[in-house]
Design a protein around this ligand. Structure first.
Ligand code: ATP
Ligand code: MG
Length: 261
């Protein structure tokens, strides 16, 4: 349902950061986009939601389509109206507004009755949001703020949800709660594109994953295939010196080691 093909994105007219990215999010699936800092993950999401303009970015090649809609040629609000919602990196809740005002801000032009029903449903799922509905959202804990940010995105009843590093900065117990929430959202039929640096979390719940480095997809496969891949285990699942080496360097190093022995 979301199809990205051969996408190139340039910032400020000169810096090429996506270099021919193709990826696919089928209806009802969770697709993970993994990769180190600066790989181009957030840029990919910005291209989908039409927000590149805000960052002096531009699509120079390739196509993006969502259920037949050409995303590169419509406005961001039309993209939202077509059923796409995004939770940005770093949560981005409105700290001075109440919990309920934050949630209503996510509902866009939904009818009042629907907003009321959805609020009740979400408060039942997260009683803490219900209890604090009239308090400033800035007083919630980090984990609660992430739940609020994701719930706010659900208020528009999206068919495709884009999540940018929802586990960032959260304690392991809270990361597990976020993972449970993502599974639950999927079970309600929403497709999800999950950007993560936490590969263990993402591979524990996705159907398919893509590894992005330096603006290119270097590997993709089912969650099981990726989990079984030695290079992924070494670089992304925590056993190797992941932060200093790119996936490609690790691969190169392994090949050399094999060749020398
Ligand atoms: N507005 C911008 N202008 C110029 N360069 C940018 C801009 N935004 C991002 N970049 C550059 O584009 C590249 C990709 O950035 P992007 O934010 O998409 O990476 P990312 O994979 O989301 O990284 P992170 O894991 O750190 O969030 C980086 O080199 C970054 O410095
Ligand atoms: Mg990012």
């Amino acid at each position: 349902m979301l199809d990205i093909a051969h996408l190139e994105v340039v910032y400020h007219g000169v810096v090429l950061v996506l270099r021919g990215v193709s990826l696919h999010v089928p209806q009802g699936q969770v697709v993970a986009l993994l990769g180190p800092n600066g790989a181009g993950k957030t840029t990919t999401l910005r291209a989908v939601t039409g927000l590149l303009d805000l960052h002096e970015g531009r699509i120079t090649k390739g196509t993006l389509s969502y259920g037949g809609l050409d995303l590169a040629s419509v406005r961001p609000d039309e993209i939202v109206a077509s059923g796409v919602a995004q939770v940005m990196e770093g949560r981005r809740i409105l700290a001075d507004l109440t919990v309920e005002e934050n949630l209503k801000a996510g509902a866009h032009h939904a009818p009042r009755g629907q907003i009321r029903d959805d609020l009740e449903k979400h408060y039942a799922r997260f009683p803490v949001l219900g209890e604090r509905r009239h308090r400033a959202a800035g007083y919630l804990s980090g984990g609660e703020q992430q739940m609020l940010a994701i719930t706010r995105a659900l208020m528009s009843r999206p068919k495709l949800l884009l999540l940018d590093e929802p586990s960032l900065g959260l304690a392991p117990r809270i990361v597990a709660e976020v993972a449970d929430l993502i599974r639950e959202i999927r079970s309600e039929g929403v497709s999800i594109l999950l950007v993560e640096q936490n590969a263990a979390m993402a591979l524990s719940l996705c159907d398919h994953g893509y590894i992005m480095e330096n603006g290119q997809i270097v590997l993709d496969g089912s969650a099981d295939t990726l989990k079984a891949n030695e290079d992924i285990q070494e670089f992304y699942l925590g056993t190797g010196g992941g932060d200093e080496h790119s996936f490609r360097e690790v691969k190169h190093y392994r090949r050399r080691k094999r060749w020398l022995s």
